[in-house]
Structures are given as structure tokens and as C-alpha cells.
Design a protein around this ligand. Structure first.
Ligand code: NAP
Ligand code: GDD
Length: 329
């Protein structure tokens, strides 16, 4: 394939998972930098374009699915990307316990399909793989960095470990420019509704507007290192601008319990979370990741990456978005 930038064309990026939380922020980020953005869109009876509604005129959509090899080959042929960002995944941990084979097909084998399509069609392109702190799972040491051992605790985590090593292996075996970003939890008003930050933010707003009186959660003691998605997509791009491909942890370095998340979120409307939060074992997981806290020293030193949005600002933005959507009291 010819170099798409050789004739002075705009840089082209292919983003899988463009309809997801991260895809929407990354598309904005790349468009601001003058990229021509191609988004892989899988067939759906009702397209899920809500998060990129404001961008649809500026994105080229190419049909395809991580479950279908030939569609990935065609997507790369059509988009002729300099950079490929693989954000597509079955990303909800509880669903991975219910649908472990589907999760593996998309998150693990799907990545090999994409790597092979890239090797065949665009070996000179650069690829980002969306790896995750869930790979650390039952953590041995804290904070976790690029050298920390993996011990995944869910079919989701297991699938992502496979994809991580496939990304590393294609780099080492075939000399491809493939990077694995090991990102800790990142949230935003565009977060899926089933994830705990969004579930809590939505409930705070509904309780404040008198539509609900409580929210039911699972493990309140689990600790996560929560950042903002807008900060984290900057790191994805930065990895692909380096001279050499490598793997990087992206995290804030601070950890909070789910209970502390509730305290901050209910605090946004001057309420005491203990008056509104109930627990139900139905929301516990067959195996839990109790503690995650990342050490992003390498990213800071090599990429110059730093998070800019604090946890409190993030939670406030999420609660405010729900309050605004519900309208004035
Ligand atoms: P998300 O909101 O759940 O988005 C997932 C995206 O993947 C959606 O666009 C979805 O398309 C697409 N997708 C699912 N199955 C597909 C398939 N078979 N073929 C093609 N596309 C498919 O996830 P996110 O929070 O943006 O996360 C982005 C990536 O980062 C994921 O790989 C996730 O595992 C990883 N990650 C996320 C975090 C985090 O805290 N957010 C942390 C570490 C790693 P539809 O709209 O059609 O469903
Ligand atoms: N979803 C959810 N719902 N989680 C709850 C609830 C609840 O009602 N109650 C407690 N939790 C706890 C979970 O048990 C978990 O320990 C923590 O809240 C965070 O859960 P999620 O928000 O669902 O995220 P996650 O940490 O399992 O996974 C997310 O982050 C990963 C990075 O570490 C996802 O975005 C993954 O795709 C991502 O890789």
C-alpha cells in the first residue's frame, strides 16, 4: 500500500469502537489535529451514534466487525490508515462472565484478526491496542506498572491478556509498530450506564429531582484508579508518535473505594450517600478485582503525559450532565 501522506494528504486514522466512550473522545481529538478519521461501524438494527452525533458529518464510516476477518481487511484497504486505534471490545466485566466465548472472540481473537489484516494490508501503519488494568486483577504489588505480573480475574481480563501478548508478539515477530496502552478506569458523561461511576452519577441526579430515592450497588470496598477519558485518549495518540513502539501504563496514581465515589457524587448535591445507597449481593462478581492503582511514571517521562482533570471534577461533570438532561427541578 502506498504511503497516504506522501502526496501531502491529511493523516488518516482508522478507529474501531468509534461509537463507544473512548472512540468519541479520540475522534474529537484526531479531528482537532487535522486527521481524516475513519470509523469502523458494525451493523446494528438501530445504529448507536449518540456519542458521535456532533461528528458524523466529519467521520468516514466503514462497515466491519472484529468477528469478521474479511471486513477488517476491506476496512484497512478502504481507509489506508497511518494509525489504527483498536478500541472495539465487549468491555463490561459482568457480561464477560455471562458471555465468555463471545468476549474472547471479540476481545482476544478479534485483535489477532485486526493484527493480521494490518500485517497483510498496511504493515507500515501504527497500531494502538486498548489494554486494561483488569489484566493485573489479583494484584501482587502496588502501584502497578508495565512490569507488574498479570493475574486476570474475569473472562474479560483473560481476553485482554491474550490481546496484549498478541500485540507484543506481532511487534516482535513481524516488526510491526504495535503499542499496548494499559489504561486504568476512565470515565466521562459518555460512559456506558452500567458502569459504577455512571450508575451512581445518574442515581444522584434522579434522587435530587425526586424521581428515585436510592441506588443499589455491589461491592462498596473495591478500589479503582479513576481518570477522565478525555485525558486518556491524548495518551493513546502520544504512544503512536514515538520513534519506537512500546507499552505504557496510563493512570492517575490515586485510588478510591466505590463508597468514596458515592460520597463525592452525593456531595455534589449536598446529600449524605449513606441515606441513599443500598447493597445487594446480586451485584457482586464471581471473582473481584479488589484494588487497582497505577504507576504512570514511564508515560510521564517518555510521553510527557499527565492527567489534567481531577477525580472531583470528573464526578461533578458526570452528575451535572445528568442533572442538565433531567432539566430544572
Ligand atoms: P465502550 O464504550 O464499551 O465501547 C466499545 C466499542 O466497541 C463500541 O463502539 C462498540 O460498538 C464496539 N464493539 C463491540 N463489539 C464489537 C465488534 N464485534 N466489532 C466492532 N466493534 C465492536 O468501551 P470504552 O469504555 O470506550 O473502552 C474502549 C476500549 O478500551 C475497550 O477495548 C475497553 O475494553 C478498553 N478499556 C476501557 C477502559 C475504561 O475504563 N473505559 C479502561 C481500559 C481499557 P457498538 O456501539 O456497536 O456496541
Ligand atoms: N458496574 C458496577 N455496578 N460495578 C459495581 C457496582 C454496580 O452496581 N457496585 C460495586 N461495583 C464495583 C465493581 O465490583 C468493581 O469493583 C468497581 O465497582 C468498578 O466496576 P465498573 O465500573 O463496572 O468497572 P470495572 O473496573 O469492572 O471495569 C472497567 O474498567 C476496566 C479498567 O480497569 C471497564 O471499563 C473495563 O472495560 C476496563 O478495562
Amino acid at each position: 500500500m502506498s504511503d497516504p501522506t506522501a502526496s501531502g494528504e491529511r493523516r488518516r486514522a482508522l478507529v474501531t469502537g468509534i461509537t463507544g466512550q473512548d472512540g468519541s473522545y479520540l475522534a474529537e481529538f484526531l479531528l482537532e489535529r487535522g486527521y481524516e478519521v475513519y470509523g469502523l461501524l458494525r451493523r446494528s438494527s438501530s445504529p448507536s451514534l449518540d456519542r458521535i452525533e456532533h461528528l458524523v458529518e466529519r467521520i468516514h464510516f466503514v462497515g466491519g466487525d472484529l468477528l469478521d476477518q474479511s471486513s477488517l481487511v476491506r476496512a484497512i484497504q478502504e481507509s489506508r490508515p497511518c494509525e489504527i486505534y483498536n478500541l472495539a471490545a465487549q468491555s463490561f466485566v459482568p457480561t464477560s462472565f455471562a458471555e465468555p466465548v463471545h468476549t474472547a472472540e471479540v476481545n482476544a481473537v478479534g485483535v489477532v484478526r485486526l493484527l493480521e489484516a494490518m500485517r497483510q494490508v498496511a504493515p507500515e501503519a501504527r497500531m494502538y491496542q486498548a489494554s486494561t488494568s483488569e489484566m493485573f486483577g489479583k494484584v501482587r504489588t502496588s502501584p502497578q506498572n508495565e512490569k507488574t505480573a498479570f493475574h486476570p480475574r474475569s473472562p474479560y481480563g483473560v481476553s485482554k491478556v491474550y490481546a496484549h501478548w498478541a500485540t507484543v508478539n506481532h511487534r516482535e515477530a513481524f516488526d510491526l509498530f504495535t503499542c499496548s496502552g494499559i489504561l486504568f478506569n476512565h470515565e466521562s458523561p459518555r460512559r456506558g450506564e452500567e458502569f459504577v461511576t455512571q450508575k451512581v452519577a445518574r442515581s444522584v441526579a434522579r434522587i435530587e429531582r425526586g424521581l428515585d430515592s436510592e441506588v443499589t450497588l455491589g461491592n462498596l470496598d473495591a478500589r479503582r484508579d479513576w481518570g477522565h477519558a478525555a485525558d486518556y485518549v491524548r495518551a493513546m495518540w502520544a504512544m503512536l508518535q514515538e520513534d519506537e513502539p512500546d507499552d505504557f501504563v496510563i493512570a492517575t496514581g490515586t485510588t478510591r473505594t466505590v463508597a468514596e465515589l458515592c460520597e463525592v457524587a452525593f456531595g455534589c448535591v449536598g446529600r449524605d450517600w449513606r441515606d441513599h445507597v443500598r447493597t445487594d449481593p446480586a451485584f457482586l462478581r464471581p471473582a473481584e478485582v479488589e484494588l487497582l492503582v497505577g504507576d504512570a511514571t514511564k508515560s510521564r517521562e517518555v510521553l510527557g503525559w499527565e492527567p489534567e482533570i481531577s477525580f472531583e471534577e470528573l464526578v461533578e461533570e458526570m452528575v451535572a450532565a445528568h442533572l442538565a438532561a433531567l432539566g430544572e427541578a
